[in-house]
Ligand binder design. Structure first.
Ligand code: UDP
Ligand code: MG
Length: 329
């Protein structure tokens, strides 16, 4: 065990919130109670308001005045969970940092086990859902398919059934902050930075209140983001597919020449001609589409826009207006 781990840590909890007013009071109460039982020198809860349209911000602002451990980062608009998490990680000051969802699906009861593993020398403690029965059948099946496909394509595998809920040591968070990309697929970035990792299992309950913010379409885009951020295989596969089709065409051409020499010319073949034209144009369009995905990503990265913009921040004794800190990267 390193010397720094013999003393209790300062803990940062990072909580992205998008329209979570229904669940936040219960979340804060449950968390505060559990944190009181932990062996730590202190803690902070960094709430990131990701452009909520309900009363989330009002509640968080009040909370920041009542609880000195609460810090609120109010993003200028909804930037999505990945950007909100990045904002929270940038703000967190703890020796260990723990991203958590606001809906209590990430159980605060697991924090003591996280800390124990950290004390045992692990830099990253992952929480794995051993029971996903609170998710729908469709979500479970598509999630499994995504992990399988992603891990087949990408060099760095994503651990199955592990979300953003995890403990990270300070130097892991610093390593994450050094990654320059703007489009951030956090699960992949977490896996990429590596470090000494262990896994603890937990049962994922249903949301305590409110509804899921991830529609099927959002999840599909997240999956695309994940694969295209961490693999170039979808780009390269067209070379092989093209070579295979060319080989097949040449063999077919050879067959036609031989057949013509042996049996003469016959005209039929309209249907097969049409089918092959349609099939090949379809394949070509898919190929162009995949290239387009990557070119789009290069384009977005090349603009070098900040990952998020902070509108205002509350708590930590410093109340800063949007004018004083407009551009946060
Ligand atoms: N979230 C966010 N920005 C978004 C969508 C979601 O900050 O654009 C937050 C949300 O408030 C919650 C967490 O991300 O704290 C996980 O969202 P949710 O529980 O809806 O996802 P699910 O558990 O259904 O996958
Ligand atoms: Mg949830």
């Amino acid at each position: 065990m390193s010397a720094s781990r013999r003393r209790p840590p300062f803990i940062s909890l990072v909580v992205p919130c998008y329209n979570e007013s229904a669940v936040l009071p219960l979340f804060h109460e449950t968390l505060t109670q559990k944190m009181g039982e932990l062996d730590c020198v202190g803690y902070e809860i960094v709430f990131v308001n990701d452009g909520s349209r309900d009363t989330t911000l009002d509640y968080l602002r009040t909370l920041a005045t009542l609880d000195p451990r609460v810090v609120v980062i109010d993003l200028a608009r909804n930037f999505g969970k990945e950007a909100a998490l990045t904002a929270g990680l940038d703000e967190a000051r703890g020796d260990v940092v723990i991203p958590m969802d606001a809906d209590l699906q990430d159980p605060p009861g697991l924090l003591a086990t996280f800390l124990q593993n950290w004390r045992d020398g692990y830099d990253v403690v992952l929480a794995r859902r051993c029971d996903r029965s609170s998710d729908s059948w469709l979500k479970r099946t598509t999630a499994r398919a995504f992990y399988n496909l992603h891990n087949r394509l990408a060099d760095i595998p994503l651990p199955q059934d592990v979300g953003d809920f995890r403990l990270m040591d300070r130097h892991v968070v610093d390593a994450l902050k050094d990654l320059p990309e703007r489009r951030r697929f956090m699960k992949g970035l977490f896996a990429w930075v590596g470090h000494r990792t262990t896994i603890v299992d937990y049962t994922r309950d249903a949301r305590a209140a409110g509804s899921s913010k991830f529609s099927g379409w959002k999840l599909w885009n997240l999956a695309l983001e994940g694969i295209t951020s961490f693999s170039t295989l979808p780009l390269r596969v067209w070379t092989y597919l093209g070579a295979l089709i060319a080989l097949l065409s040449m063999s077919y051409a050879g067959f036609i020449v031989a057949r013509t020499l042996l049996f003469g010319v016959d005209l039929p073949g309209y249907a097969s001609l049409l089918t092959s034209i349609l099939l090949l144009s379809g394949i070509q369009l898919i190929g162009i589409g995949v290239v387009g995905e990557y070119v789009g990503r290069i384009y977005m990265e090349s603009k070098q826009r900040p990952i998020y913009l902070v509108g205002a921040r509350y708590g930590r004794g410093s109340l800063q207006s949007p004018e004083s800190r407009p551009h946060e990267v």
